[in-house]
Design a protein around this ligand. Structure first.
Ligand SMILES: Nc1ncnc2c1ncn2[C@@H]1O[C@H](COP(=O)(O)OP(=O)(O)OP(=O)(O)O)[C@@H](O)[C@H]1O
Ligand SMILES: [Mg+2]
Length: 254
């Protein structure tokens, strides 16, 4: 569904992506793991054309998007939804209007259909009675649910999740992971999730890839990933399995 070939990206003197080769299979949930600051968010932004590579190619379903601009890029972007690292709700709108926003803005549904679509989605993410609340009145987990509903309501083919459980306690993180998994099973979209929540991501992912030093150093079916012998992979996986503060909170804010 998405293919990256030799993608390089730097900011000033800093090289972030140093030749990323990655193949995202359609209809599956692929999780990209890796230490903080390695370029996971930068990688996701290339998939949706928010950032352009310095070198290399980004293909979405047979279209090379890295040179596209204007309407032709918009056309590709319409197939995506992105859940940013911060839930990025509009503070001035209640939950209902936040979820309705992409439907209204992109004119994807007539106003008479909006309430049913929004309420159905709120129900699915467990916010059935919360439409009238404002973001400031929600817990962290509820904000993530609202963000998920807003991403799903437009029926995207591809959803990018950037650290959807950042800042949540381990129990709520697991609830959000399970919600993403069950939504993925219901709707069948292609999902790409960025996370450093190891080992929690293994049972919900189909594929796992690891980004390190600007490259994808390993990719395997989720059930096989923990058995990989690459020492760098092992070190990251084992560190995540040990109890400690790293399993509670993830750093990074974009
Ligand atoms: N727009 C930008 N301009 C300049 N530098 C940037 C920009 N976006 C990202 N960077 C830099 O690229 C590097 C990788 O950032 P990125 O946000 O992708 O890391 P990450 O792997 O997502 O980390 P985290 O797990 O903490 O979210 C960082 O050093 C960051 O400062
Ligand atoms: Mg990030």
């Amino acid at each position: 569904m998405i293919t990256m070939r030799g993608v390089e990206k730097g900011f000033g003197q800093q090289e972030v992506l140093r030749g990323v080769d990655l193949e995202i299979p359609p209809g599956q949930l692929t999780t990209i793991i890796g230490p903080s600051g390695e370029g996971k968010s930068v990688l996701l932004k290339h998939m949706i054309g928010l950032l352009k590579p310095d070198r290399g190619e980004v293909w979405v379903d047979g279209v090379e998007i890295s040179r596209l601009r204007g309407p032709s890029l918009d056309k590709v972007r319409k197939r995506f939804a992105m859940l940013f690292q911060s839930a990025a709700l509009f503070d001035s709108m209640n939950v209902f209007d936040n979820v309705a926003f992409p439907l209204r803005e992109k004119r994807l549904a007539s106003e008479s259909k909006v309430p049913r679509m929004v309420n159905d989605m709120l129900e699915r993410v467990g916010l059935g009675e919360m439409g009238h609340k404002f973001p400031a009145e929600l817990s962290g987990g509820m904000k993530k649910r609202a963000g998920l509903a807003r991403a799903l309501v437009v029926g995207p083919e591809i959803i990018l999740f950037d650290e959807p459980t950042t800042g949540l306690d381990p129990l709520m993180a697991r609830t959000i992971h399970n919600l993403i998994r069950s939504m993925h099973q219901v709707f069948g979209f292609t999902a790409i999730m960025v996370s450093h929540q190891v080992p929690d991501i293994f049972p919900i992912s189909d594929w796992v890839a690891m980004l390190k030093h600007g490259k994808i150093i390993a990719m395997a079916r989720s059930r096989d990933f923990q058995g990989l012998t690459d020492p760098v992979v092992r070190e990251f996986v084992l560190a995540g399995e040990m109890p400690g503060p790293s399993s509670v909170e993830g750093p990074g804010q974009n």
